[in-house]
Design a protein around this ligand. Structure first.
Ligand code: ZN
Length: 72
């Protein structure tokens, strides 16, 4: 049992494409965190967007080397 409410978010690694479940703490509001992919161990930049009423709105995963640029 945890006191914090953590939201689960289905994500896929921007490096290797493997799917996994992220646990997001929406009570922190908008934040950026780093998560190491459990499959390829690359650092993933996780950008969390939370609405004003504390609902998890969106989670974006980016490679560490292209920040939030969407160039490919
Ligand atoms: Zn990976």
């Amino acid at each position: 049992m945890q006191e914090q409410m953590l939201d689960e978010w289905q994500a896929s690694c921007p490096y290797c494409g493997s799917g996994f479940t992220l646990l997001i703490d929406a009570s922190q509001g908008d934040h950026v965190t780093y998560e190491d992919c459990r499959w390829c161990c690359c650092p993933i930049v996780v950008t969390v967007s939370v609405s004003l009423d504390g609902e998890l709105e969106n989670v974006r995963l980016n490679r560490d080397d292209d920040a939030d640029m969407d160039m490919s």
